[in-house]
Design a protein around this ligand. Structure first.
Ligand SMILES: C[S@@+](CC[C@H](N)C(=O)[O-])C[C@H]1O[C@@H](n2cnc3c(N)ncnc32)[C@H](O)[C@@H]1O
Length: 275
């Protein structure tokens, strides 16, 4: 096997790259006790990839709800598009804003590929020509923004990233139903954040959706990711005080990481485990 990836091969908002060491430690602790890891909210697949590297004998199910694999299989095309854009922007300083004409040329390049191949990984292209922090999920989005020369130097690579993974594309509830009978399964739950901040997929998740996820935790081995932005932990602490053993996260352990967005804004990412 190649070296393990420390971050997802293609940009993905919300990937758990900063938790990989903690995640690895937990997996090493349960080695021999579990035979399956089920990554219910697989996103970029980074946790599934890591799980397979740490526990090669385990079956690892990567739920690719967003069809990230489609983006991975388009990586050669994506690199080619970025090379063409880079050539077109010869002489433009890194991070410099594009003129109206340069921006139109970039859009024309991407549109040509889309017409020719029927698919373009707009999200990755967007990360290379949009201002830091901006994400475009479709051509329509891409056309809305000012552009900058942020085209990366090297090519993207994903060789071996999905090796050994069982890839499915399912609603997490259906996958949970399929696997719940296995008492040696470890469930990884990293649902979209409960927040009204803008993002790619977060906004459509409501409190009820979170409560539905919490209801899966009872009687299972799990690693659950959340943040204090979501107030789920506060809710669970309240439930634990009130309902003791019957509460969803009773007896779980919490590891916290502080993220600093800017001078004033910090939030804690959490990894909650019960094994
Ligand atoms: C926070 S991200 C997971 C990130 C992932 N752990 C990683 O490291 O890349 C949450 C993911 O859940 C997906 N999702 C949203 N609704 C879902 C559903 N009903 N079933 C399964 N996945 C869902 C989102 O599309 C998103 O990819």
């Amino acid at each position: 096997m190649n070296r393990p990836y420390k971050c997802a091969p293609l940009p993905f908002m919300g990937q758990k790259r900063y938790f990989l060491n903690d995640f690895t430690q937990i997996l090493e602790m349960v080695s021999g006790e579990i035979d399956t890891v089920v990554d219910l909210f697989g996103g970029s697949g980074l946790l599934s990839h890591t799980a397979k590297r740490v526990l090669p004998e385990c079956r690892v199910v990567y739920n690719d709800f967003d069809h990230y694999c489609r983006r991975l299989s388009a990586i050669v095309q994506t690199n080619e598009i970025l090379r063409v854009i880079k050539d077109r922007l010869t002489g433009v300083e890194p991070n410099q804003q594009l003129t109206w004409q340069q921006r139109a040329d970039v859009l024309a390049i991407v549109e040509d590929y889309e017409q020719r191949d029927g698919y373009v990984d707009v999200l990755t292209i967007g990360r290379n020509v949009l201002f830091s922090g901006k994400w475009a999920t479709c051509m329509e989005d891409l056309r809305k923004h000012s552009m900058y020369n942020r085209v990366r130097l090297g090519a993207y690579e994903c060789e071996g990233y999905l090796d050994g993974l069982e890839v499915v594309h399912m609603d997490y509830r259906d996958l949970f139903e399929r696997e719940r009978g296995n008492s040696r399964a470890l469930f990884v739950l990293d649902p979209p954040y409960l927040t009204t901040e803008c993002g790619m997929y977060e906004n459509y998740w409501r409190l009820t959706d979170y409560l539905n996820v919490l209801s899966l935790l009872k009687g299972t081995k799990y690693i659950y990711f959340t943040s204090d932005k979501s107030q789920i932990v506060e809710l669970c602490q309240w439930l634990a005080g009130e309902y003791r053993e019957a509460a969803p996260m009773w007896g779980a352990t919490v590891r916290t990481r502080t993220n600093t967005l800017n001078h004033q804004t910090k939030f804690n990412d959490m990894m909650i485990t019960r094994l």
